[in-house]
Write a new protein. Structure first.
Length: 232
């Protein structure tokens, strides 16, 4: 069996991509080892040549190429049914897909604007011009203009956490007593927030903070294996 995992590479070995983190945890949950091939932000042509699209993560499994984190998670579940389940059945897969969409659109959607002004420091020097131009086009303003709105944007992030905070007050994980892919998906947004800027938005008494800490420590402290923000 051959598994090759292409993921985003940052400055001095950092792994800043939330979409790659959820697959790192999915592989660990399944007990699978993959050859990791780090990819810089500016190396879009190589990824496009491999997968027909320009984003990571990408998984190669015995010659088959799978792009998009949700598609990769589903492939791992279906290709390795004898390993621990990521979803716990069809209903769990459907609910995990909702959490996946909610994380991408609501959590990361609100977090991105408080992260990108600080994110340049996490990238290799050769990627910074590409990142700045692409993100300024995406947000319709300079990174400095986003930074000036920090208090307003941080309040939006805090508001977005309400449903997650309510759930984690009642149970230790999104999936109940033990984590599964829905947890890894939401957690990936907090890795992005935690590693992509120098300060933490979560208070120590927040149930989301405790949940994040439990997930950081899983799989032999997987969440701490790569450097934080250079100014953290």
């Amino acid at each position: 069996m051959s598994l090759i995992f292409h993921e985003r590479l940052g400055h001095e070995g950092r792994r800043p991509s939330p979409f790659s983190w959820r697959i790192r945890y999915a592989l660990a949950h399944k007990g699978l080892e993959a050859e990791v091939r780090p990819t810089r932000f500016a190396d879009v042509e190589a990824i496009e040549a491999l997968s027909g699209q320009r984003f990571v993560p990408v998984l190669e499994h015995d010659g088959r190429v799978v792009a998009d984190s949700w598609a990769i998670a589903c492939h791992l579940e279906d290709a390795f049914p004898d390993r621990p389940s990521l979803f716990g059945g069809a209903a769990g897969r459907a609910l995990a897909r909702f959490v996946n969409s909610w994380t991408d659109q609501v959590l990361i959607g609100s977090m991105r604007r408080v992260i990108v002004p600080e994110f340049l420091d996490c990238l290799d020097a050769g990627d910074r011009a590409y990142f700045r131009s692409s993100r300024e086009a995406q947000h319709g303003c300079t990174l400095e203009a986003l930074a000036a709105r920090r208090p307003e944007l941080e309040a939006e992030v805090a508001a977005a956490l309400g449903p997650l905070r309510t759930l984690l007050t009642a149970q230790p994980y999104l999936c109940g007593e033990a984590p599964a892919y829905a947890d890894y998906t939401a957690f990936s947004a907090f890795q992005y927030l935690r590693l992509g800027r120098p300060d933490d938005l979560l208070r120590p008494d927040d149930p989301v903070h405790a949940w994040r800490g439990r997930l950081i420590g899983m799989f032999d402290n997987l969440g701490e294996r790569f450097p934080k923000h250079p100014r953290a």
